[in-house]
Design a binder for this molecule. Sequence first.
Ligand code: ASP
Ligand code: MG
Length: 467
Amino acid sequence: MPAQRLIIKFGGTSVGSGQAIASAAGIAADLRRAGHPVAVVTSAMSGVTDALLGGAAAAVRGERVHVRELAETLRAKHHAAATELGLTGGERAAVLDPMDGRLTEFAMLCDALAVLGDASPRALDAVSSLGERMSVHLLAGALRMLGTPAVPIDAAEIVRTDNAFQAAAPDALETRRLTQETLGPLLADGIVPVVTGFIGATVDGVVTTLGRGGSDYSAAIIGAALDVDEVWIYTDVDGVMTADPRVVTDVRTLDTLSYREMSELAYFGAKVLHPKTVLPALERGIPIRIRNTFNPAHPGTLVVGKSDDPVAVFKGVTAIRHQSLVTIEGRGMLGVPGIAARAFGSVARTGTSVSMISQASSEQSICFLVPQDASSTVLDTLRREFEHELARRDIESIWSLDEAVIVTVVGAAIKQTPGVAGRVFGALGLMGINVIAIAMGSSECSISLVVEAKDAEQTVKCLHTLI
Ligand code: ASP
Ligand code: MG
C-alpha cells in the first residue's frame, strides 16, 4: 500500500482496558512504521462518559457520597489501565498526573452542581468531556512505550464549534486552520498526535461536545481539516453488518457502502457509526473504513461515494425502538393550508426531533414519529396549538401510539429498481405482519415502516431475507 495520510479513531471498547489500549497503540504504531503519517482520535474508555454524566446527575440530587465513590472508581479504572500498560517512572507520572487533574476537576464541577441543584447543558459538557481528556494520555503513553513519539492533544484547541452545548456544530474553516496549524508540524516531524474525540470549544474557549457517540464525527471533522486520504474507524466488530446480529442470525459484514447508505443506516439505528460522521467525509470525498481493533486483519467496511456493488438492492435492515406514532386526524383538515407547518413548528419548539413523517393524500391525517419519552410533551403542545381546530371539530383528535418501532431497509438501488416496494410488502404480507405507516422519500435510498413492538423482530428477520 502506498503511504497514505490517515486518521484512525478508536472507540470506547478499543480503549476499554490497558490491554485494549495496547492493541490500539500497536495498530497505530505499525501503520506509522509502514510509512503512513497517522493522527489518532480517541473516545473515552468504555463506560466512562456514562459514569461522568451519572456523577453529574447524582451531584444535582445532592448525593455527594455517590459522586465521591464514582470519582474513586474512575480513578481506579484509569490507574489500572496505566499499570496494565506497564507505565513506570516518569512516563507513568506523565500519564497519571493530567488524568488525576481531570478527576479533581470532576469533583469540583460536581460540587458546584450540588450547590446549584441544577446542571446546564454547558456544565454537562464540561463534565462529560473529561473522559476523552483522560484516555488521550493513556493512548499517547502506550504509543511512546512502543517507541512511537506521540503527544496528547485536547480537541478544544483545534475543533472550533458554535455554543449549542451537547450537540455543537463545527466551524469547518476555523477548525481547518487550527487543526493544520497544530497537527501539521507534528505529522511532518513523524510525531503521532492523539486527539480527544467528542469535544471542541467555542470561540471563547468554552468546552463543547458534539453529542453522544460523537468521536466518530470528530475523526471525520479532523480528517477533512487535514485532507487525509482515509479515515479509519476502529470499533469492536468487523464492519457494518446487514442487520443487528442479536436479532438476525445470518448477518454478513458489508464490503462497501455508499455515504448515502451509511448515513441512512446510522440514522435509522445501526450503532456502528455516529450519523453525522459521513458529512465531512462526503464533502471532501474522503473514504471511511470501519475496522475491528480486535481483528485487525479483517479489511472491514469501506464507505465511499459510490459503492460498486451492482447486484445488491438491499444492503441492510435496522430498527429504532421506543418511538411514538403521533397522529393528527380530522376531516376539517382537508385542503386547509398550514396545518403541517404549525404542527411541525410547535413540535420543533419542544426541542424534539421527528424521525419519520407520513401523510395520506386525502389530507385527513398527518402522522409522524417522535422518541417515546417526548410523546406526552409533544401531545400537550399540539393540543394547545390546535385548541380552536379541536373545539370546532376540524381536527377530531390528536393521539399517539406508544412502543412503535421504525424498521428501515436501506439500499441506494431502491429508488431505481422497480418492484422493490412490492417485494417488501409481499414478504411482510406472507408473514402476516401489520404495517402501521410507511415512508419512502423520492430521493431517499431507504424504505421505512412502522410496526408494533411485538412485530419488530419478525419484521427485521423477514426483510433481512431480501438482502
Ligand atoms: N465518549 C463519548 C460517548 O460515550 C463519545 C464517543 O465515545 O464517541 O458518547
Ligand atoms: Mg461510538
